[in-house]
Design a protein around this ligand. Structure first.
Ligand SMILES: [Zn+2]
Length: 260
């Protein structure tokens, strides 16, 4: 599942392939942007912002979001794509490479000075140079909702998705239903930042420090399996800010006791 670390790596790959080059192929296969043509413009940079990706081309910004299934691939021009053509949403080609975006969401093109219309609501980003831990903790401390829901709200902190929220709450010993406002949010933020920075450059995310398949998670995806720390069976439920935003939640009832 794409989270901030995945988007960071994707932006880095796209930047390396495209920045400084003139666009020679440009195709957005979404109705709202199908007529935009940036051929002849120069790619200035590609940067991540939380789970959003911003490609600055000429005076415009191509915005996209990976959501659940999205991926950007970089190919030599003319190479065969590794995903079906009907899932392509965007192509940005330069003389030496084609960046192809599959199953992207939230595709928009806006003047670069108006990027904040798209990402200005986001909270501090732990992978950005301007990361502000104090501000992230301040936003979480004001949130009375279950801490799992608060961590996923990108207005509090930008970049954590469901895998991070689950693993982070296990490591901090917090029940997912604990109100964020009563948790030690400074410690939570500090641990979360350490996790996402450690995983930033890894292809396979790990939270346990182990790198073998099936050993990388404490609780995520492990419902009914024994807790790696205490042996109690890991439980699963769902939580969300709204019924449509519910996510699978995994926790160890012993290591993460609900506060009364
Ligand atoms: Zn446990």
């Amino acid at each position: 599942m794409p989270e901030g670390d995945t988007v960071f790596r994707a932006a880095h790959r796209l930047h390396a392939a495209l920045a400084g080059h003139e666009v020679v192929r440009f195709d957005l296969r979404v109705p709202q942007a199908a007529t935009v043509d940036l051929r002849g413009e120069t790619v200035r940079s590609v940067i991540p912002r939380g789970k959003h990706l911003l490609a600055r081309i000429g005076g415009l910004t191509l915005h996209s979001h990976l959501k659940m299934e999205g991926e950007w691939h970089v190919y030599p021009p003319g190479a065969r794509w590794r995903r079906p053509a009907h899932t392509v949403r965007a192509i940005v080609g330069v003389a030496t490479a084609d960046a192809v975006g599959f199953d992207l969401a939230m595709i928009d093109v806006v003047p670069t000075e108006r990027e904040d219309d798209l990402v200005g609501h986001l909270g501090p980003d732990p992978l950005a140079a301007d990361w502000d831990a104090v501000e992230a903790a301040r936003r979480l401390a004001l949130d009375d909702r279950p801490v799992h829901v608060a961590l996923l709200d990108q207005r509090n902190v930008a970049g954590f998705g469901n895998v991070y929220a689950n693993e982070l709450l296990f490591v901090r010993g917090l029940a997912p239903t604990t109100p964020a406002s009563s948790a030690d949010v400074a410690a939570l933020v500090e641990t979360g930042v350490r996790m996402i920075r450690a995983n930033r450059d890894r292809a396979a995310r790990t939270f346990t420090g182990e790198d073998r398949r099936g050993r990388r998670m404490w609780v995520y995806g492990r419902a009914g399996a024994p807790c790696r720390r205490c042996g109690t069976l890991v439980r699963e439920t769902s939580l969300g800010a709204a019924p449509t935003a519910e996510r699978n939640v995994f926790w160890c009832p012993r290591c993460q006791p609900a506060s009364l």
